[in-house]
Design a binder for this molecule. Structure first.
Ligand SMILES: [Zn+2]
Length: 420
C-alpha cells in the first residue's frame, strides 16, 4: 500500500516483509511528516506489536536490518499475491481497529459445501497474520493400546465442562465402532510438533478442513501450550481457511492417505485440476520428495556438500512453483537444511544469511514466540553455536564475510556457491 508517491515511502501489502521505514524529519517540520510517520508506526504496531523498533541515525544508532536486506525484501514484495488492499487497513490508518474493539475473530464457523463444518475468513487476511490461537480440549498421551487410549480419553473428557464435551462429541469420527472417543481423536488430532506422537484436539482448529494447496499453516507452541494458525498467503473474505493433513507426494498417494485416515475424497484446487496440469503438479511433488531425501542424506552432506546445496536451490524453485509463491513452512525448513549444510563445513557467512531467511519464513508462519523461531533467531545472530559447527572446515568463513554491494543475482550466486 502506498501512503505517498515517494518510492522510498512505501508500505507493502504483505506486512511481514516490511523491514525498515525511514525518513529524515527536518527540525522545522511544516509538511506534517511527523504525523505521517506516526501513522505508519501505528499501522506497523497493529501487525507487529513489540517487534517495531525505532532508531535515530542522528544519534549514531542504525536500523535493525541492513539496507541490502531491505532491498531484497522490497523486491520480494513487488510480487504481490493479490492486488486488493485488506479492508481492515483503512481502519488501522484511522487509528481504530474494529476487530479488536468488537472482539470479532477473523474467521467464522460455517457449513462448507461437501465438507460439513469449516472455517471461513470473515475479513481479508494478510499473509503472515495470526488467524487463531487455541488451547486443546486435552492432549493425548502416547498410549500403548487402543483400549488404554479409549480409557484415557474418557477420563480427560469427564474433566471437561458439559458444553466442551458436547463440542468434542460433535467432531467428525472416521472410525465409528466400539471405541468412539479414540475414533474422534484419530480423525481430528493435530500432532503437538512435527512428528510428535502426542496429539491435540481443539474446539475450533479441529474444524479446519484440508487442502493440498493450503492458505494457512498450523503449528504447536510448546512454550505456551497453544496451537496457532497463520495465513501463508492472502486470504480473501469469504474464502475457506485450510491447512494440510497430507504427508506430500503425488495426488494418488495423497488422496489414498486422506481417504483412509480422514474418510474424504480430496477435491481441492490441485486435485480437481485437468489431467495434464495435475500431471505437472504430481511430477513436482515427486521431485520435492526426491530432493528432500537427497538433502537429508548425511553421507552426501559430509562428502558432497556442493551437490546437496545445488539440490537445496533446485528445491526452492520447485516449492515456489508448486505452492504458487507461498510455500510457507516448507521454505523455513529448506533454508534451515541449507544452513546446516554450510555450518557443518564451517561457512558462517552463508549460514548466517540462510538462518536469517529461515527465521523470516518461520516468523511469518509460526510467530515470534514460537520456541523454534527463537532458536533460529539465535543461530542467525551467532551461527557457530549450532552443535554441528565446523565438523569439517572445508568451507570455512567468518560470519562477517557476507559480501556487500552485489546485485541480487550476484548475491544469490555467491550464496549458493555457483561456479565454485
Ligand atoms: Zn487435494
Amino acid at each position: 500500500m502506498a501512503f505517498k508517491s515517494d518510492p522510498d515511502l512505501l508500505l507493502p501489502l504483505e506486512c511481514h516483509k516490511f523491514l525498515r521505514f525511514g525518513a529524515t524529519i527536518p527540525n522545522d517540520d511544516t509538511s506534517g511528516l511527523r504525523n505521517y510517520i506516526d501513522t505508519v508506526s501505528r499501522v506497523a504496531s497493529c501487525y507487529f506489536g513489540s517487534r517495531v523498533r525505532d532508531w535515530d541515525e542522528g544519534e549514531g544508532v542504525s536500523g535493525y536490518y541492513a539496507l541490502d536486506d531491505v532491498k531484497r525484501s522490497i523486491r520480494s514484495y513487488e510480487q504481490l499475491d493479490e492486488p486488493e488492499v485488506p479492508t481492515t487497513i483503512a481502519q488501522f490508518v484511522l487509528g481504530t481497529d474494529p476487530i479488536r474493539e468488537l472482539n470479532l475473530p477473523l474467521y467464522e464457523m460455517k457449513p462448507v459445501l461437501g465438507k460439513g463444518q469449516g472455517l471461513v475468513a470473515r475479513f481479508n487476511i494478510a499473509k503472515g497474520q495470526l488467524i487463531i490461537s487455541e488451547k486443546p480440549f486435552f492432549t493425548t498421551s502416547d498410549a500403548t493400546s487402543a483400549a488404554m487410549m479409549e480409557k484415557q480419553i474418557s477420563i480427560e473428557l469427564r474433566k471437561l465442562p458439559k458444553d466442551a464435551q458436547r463440542q468434542f462429541l460433535s467432531l467428525h469420527n472416521n472410525f465409528p465402532g466400539k471405541k468412539p472417543f479414540s475414533g474422534i481423536v484419530r480423525t481430528n488430532a493435530l500432532p503437538c510438533g512435527p512428528d510428535s506422537p502426542i496429539g491435540g484436539i481443539y474446539p475450533t482448529i479441529s474444524r479446519i478442513n484440508h487442502s493440498c494447496l493450503p492458505n494457512a499453516h498450523n503449528s504447536w507452541n510448546s512454550a505456551s501450550g497453544y496451537e496457532n494458525i497463520y495465513a501463508v498467503r492472502f486470504i480473501k473474505a469469504g474464502e475457506e481457511i485450510t491447512i494440510p493433513y497430507d504427508h506430500g507426494g503425488p495426488s494418488d498417494e495423497r488422496r489414498r492417505h486422506l481417504k483412509n485416515a480422514f474418510g474424504f475424497d480430496c477435491d481441492c484446487s490441485i486435485c480437481s485440476r485437468q489431467p495434464a496440469e495435475l500431471k505437472q503438479s504430481d511430477e513436482r511433488r515427486r521431485q520435492i520428495q526426491h530432493l528432500d531425501g537427497e538433502i537429508g542424506n548425511p553421507h552426501r552432506l559430509m562428502q558432497r556438500p556442493g551437490d546437496s546445496l545445488k539440490d537445496c536451490q533446485a528445491l526452492l524453485q520447485i516449492l515456489e512453483e508448486e505452492f504458487e509463491g507461498s510455500p510457507g513452512a516448507h521454505i523455513a525448513r529448506l533454508y534451515y537444511d541449507a544452513f546446516q549444510l554450510c555450518i557443518v563445513h564451517g561457512d558462517q557467512a552463508r549460514a548466517r544469511v540462510l538462518a536469517e531467511r529461515s527465521y523470516r519464513a518461520r516468523l511469518a508462519c509460526e510467530g515470534e514466540n514460537n520456541p523454534e523461531t527463537k532458536r533460529i533467531q539465535k543461530l542467525m545472530e551467532d551461527p557457530k553455536t549450532h552443535p554441528i559447527f565446523g565438523m569439517s572446515m572445508k568451507w570455512k568463513t567468518p560470519k562477517n564475510q557476507v559480501p556487500r554491494g552485489l546485485s541480487s543475482d550476484e548475491f544469490e550466486k555467491w550464496l549458493w556457491r555457483q561456479g565454485r
